[in-house]
Design a protein around this ligand. Structure first.
Ligand code: CP3
Length: 347
């Protein structure tokens, strides 16, 4: 496949020279944009939205059109592959995902089927559609949830403040929990590879809830299945892999053994420290506190420049938030951040 015209993101990952720091934002295809909300209304339910290739392609490319970001993340969700794997869910207004039949006891793990990628063919179509409609202007990022984060949803049944049920299950049935993680890992290899074959230039693994684990538990449970996914993908392709963990400060030393090309970190750790540990072997993505975007423009500018200065002029940094944009953020401020980073990082 033809390489993207703006390939700053891919060069940053390879630590090759860059004219400026690339930027994209987690949850950039979302409700803070009125244009997104219009598409969402057209689609009705969120599920009908991400399964509608035409609308999902539109949603994916909105951030490029309105913010001028340096990469597109496809519009989908980390839970998408779980439905054909036997775990159905719905997105409830104001609540997020709710599973029909969460895992309650170890036998329930047997209900998990391996993913048949033909059942998520729409995800591949979305990637192809994005590449076509942007005429390869910028790289396209595919993604999946990490095994621990997905398992946490499947047991908890919904988003949680403390993941009490999921972690209790993990403590009571550690071996069965590991089996679940391992099964998920095998299907995620197929899922990410399918996205890469469909035209994704990079893939990101979201471990949004691993930060609820102690360092020992992270090392024992969350890390091995991610290592497996990365190792197996690396046997098939050299497409870059970005590994995001929310709440990584306590176990950064473990996370950075996953084998990813890029480590994406939240704001609760100094990017300078992360750089010292991983660069130049790996690249780093992050790490602005998303809440900064609610502050005045001068603050946004200062905080963004601080991160750029901490990293310095080396390649290898992808600017992003430490977690996703929120629905009530001001689109103009988001756009301002993109501009500040693109202008303020010129080499
Ligand atoms: C944990 C998680 C989920 N989904 C995702 C994660 C990992 C990242 C993170 O930690 O935030 C990942 C995700 N979800 C979505 C994307 C699309 C691409 C992007 O713009 O980043 C991505 C990469 C769209 C979405 N996924 C969801 C929306 C909102 C749907 C809507 O009402 O329009 C979007 C745009 C729904 C969703 N999906 C999920 C939740 C908890 C919710 C409801 C909470 C919320 O409303 O924000 C699970």
């Amino acid at each position: 496949m033809e390489k993207p015209k703006n390939d700053l993101l891919l060069r940053a990952i390879k630590k090759e020279p860059i004219e400026r720091t690339p930027i994209w934002l987690m949850r950039q295809a979302g409700r803070y944009m009125p244009e997104y909300r219009k598409l969402r209304e057209k689609a009705g339910k969120f599920k009908n939205f991400y399964k509608n290739v035409e609308l999902a392609v539109e949603a994916s490319i909105l951030p490029y059109k309105f913010l001028g970001v340096d990469a597109t993340i496809i519009f989908s969700d980390i839970l998408t592959p779980l439905e054909p794997m036997g775990f159905n869910f719905d997105f409830k207004q104001g609540e997020g995902p709710v599973f029909e039949k969460p895992i309650e006891k170890p036998e329930d793990i047997n209900r998990l089927k391996p993913l048949d990628v033909n059942e998520v063919s729409y995800v591949g179509e979305i990637i192809k559609g994005v590449n076509e409609s942007l005429n390869r202007a910028i790289p396209t990022i595919g993604f999946c949830g990490a095994p621990f984060t997905l398992a946490a949803y499947m047991i908890e049944g919904r988003t949680s403040r403390d993941f009490k049920k999921a972690k209790t299950f993990m403590y009571n049935y550690p071996e069965e929990f590991k089996t679940l993680l391992d099964k998920l890992a095998d299907s995620l290899v197929d899922y990410l590879y399918f996205q890469i074959e469909s035209g994704a230039d990079a893939v990101q693994i979201f471990d949004s809830w691993a930060g609820y684990l102690s360092p020992d538990d992270y090392k024992e449970f969350a890390l091995p299945p991610i290592k497996k996914v990365i190792k197996k993908l690396k046997e098939k392709t050299n497409t870059p892999i970005i590994h995001f963990t929310k709440g990584v400060a306590g176990f950064l030393d473990y996370m950075i053994t996953s084998g990813a090309d890029v480590y994406s970190v939240d704001w609760m750790i100094d990017i300078k420290k992360v750089k010292e540990k991983v660069f130049p072997k790996s690249a780093v993505q992050g790490n602005l506190d998303p809440i900064v975007l609610y502050a005045e423009k001068e603050v946004i500018k200062r905080k963004a420049i601080e991160i750029l200065e901490k990293w310095g002029k080396d390649s290898g940094h992808i600017f992003n938030l430490g977690h996703g944009l929120m629905p009530d953020m001001d689109k103009e401020k988001v756009k301002y951040l993109v501009k500040i980073v693109q202008e303020g990082s010129r080499r």
